[in-house]
Each structure stands twice: as C-alpha cells, then as structure tokens.
Design a protein around this ligand. Sequence first.
Ligand code: PGA
Length: 248
Amino acid sequence: MGRKFVVGGNWKMNGDKNQINEIINNLKKGPLDPNVEVIIGVPAIYLSYVQSIVPDNINVAAQNCWKVAKGAFTGEISPAMIKDVGASWVILGHSERRTIFGEKDDLIAEKVAHALESGLKVIACIGETLEERESGKTEEVVFRQTKALLPAIGNNWDKVVLAYEPVWAIGTGKTASPAQAQEVHASLRNWLAKNASQEVADSVRIQYGGSVTGSSCKELGACPDIDGFLVGGASLKPEFVEIINATS
Ligand code: PGA
C-alpha cells in the first residue's frame, strides 16, 4: 500500500554532546536504507545542536511541546520554537508523559492540534499498561486514546505517525511478540477505517515501540501492519542502524 517505513529514535533524557556526536557519526556512516524515513527525538536543549550537525536524510523531533505558541509557561517549549531551530517533528503522548507527568488524553489532543496547526509533524503515542492488557482492555484503551486524537488531527493524517507502544514493553526488555504487535496494529487500522476513513486506515503509518532491538526488528518489521519503530534504549547504540535497515 506504499506506506514508507519510518523509524524513530527516542533518546529520552539521555546523551551529552560527546555521545550525540558519536550517535550522529554512526548514523552518517550508516549506510541507511534510503527507503526509510528516520526521525530522532532529542532532548529539547540539544535540538538546535543536533539540527546543525545531522545529514539531510535524518529528521529531528522534539520529545514534547506545549499547546500554545508562546507565553507565561515556565519551562515549556512551543512548536514555533521547535520549527524556528529547524526541527520538523514532535513526539506527543509518550507513555512516560502520560504516566510520570500525568498527561491525559485531552491535553495530548490539544498539543497534537496545536503542533499540527503550527506546521510540525507528529508522532502520536498510544498503548496499554500491563494491568490493562491482563484485564483484556488493550483494544479499549488504544481505541480511547486514538479517539481523543481524531478531532485534533482532522484532515492532517498525512502529517501524523501513530506509535503503538505497550507500556509493559517499554524499557523492560520484554518486546511484544510480532503476533501480539501485529494483532493490535491490524485492529487499530480496522478501527480507523470505521472511525476516520478507509483512506486514513490504508495510509497512516503505525510504528511499534517497546524494547525493539537489532535482533527483534526484522521479524517485527515483516508484519504487514507494522510500518516502522519507535526505539528508545537501542537508538542510543550503534545497532540503531540495523533497526533502521530492518526491512532491507
Ligand atoms: P525502549 O523505549 O525501546 O527503550 O523500550 C521505547 C520508547 O519509549 O519509545
């Protein structure tokens, strides 16, 4: 269906200039599959620096932003600022934002709406906790989180990538099995066909995230409804290149 594979790295609150230089040099060396879109999510304070040293085939994302362009919001950054330093993406609704910082569906939707209005592209994250999975609520949670985004995205689906990240798989070394991930991706696509449109369902890229490594990426990447990855820990390591090239 022509969905371009898209691999994001989420550095979270990691890295200093030395490590950043190493990561970027490793990505420059690659070689990276030219058919894959690569996006690295860097700490806000390094956005400008990373943007100044990345090659053209790598896009830079912020890991969060606020829901208005400017004002009295101590400690926050806006989409306008992210764009001003040359970055073009933002990751929103990551489970760490949801759980540690208490961000709810409504706030995430407001952030997504403002980021899109401001001309940023968005990786919007969704996913269930272990407790929710074990009580059979995976679909309910993922559909609820996605439903909150529908009005915020409107007809900007071409500027959005969804990242399905089961919370129990993030940073735990417990990757979802390809079958588990594919099942949720397929049912989410089905839900989108009914609740957004068939065109959205066919075209939107859905990344899988949660302990993706060089050794798990190929099997996951071969699943028909998995269109890329959002990678935390392994995006800081040389194996990120292998993950980017999972489908080549
Ligand atoms: P992980 O993180 O790859 O370290 O599990 C993924 C994420 O949080 O995006």
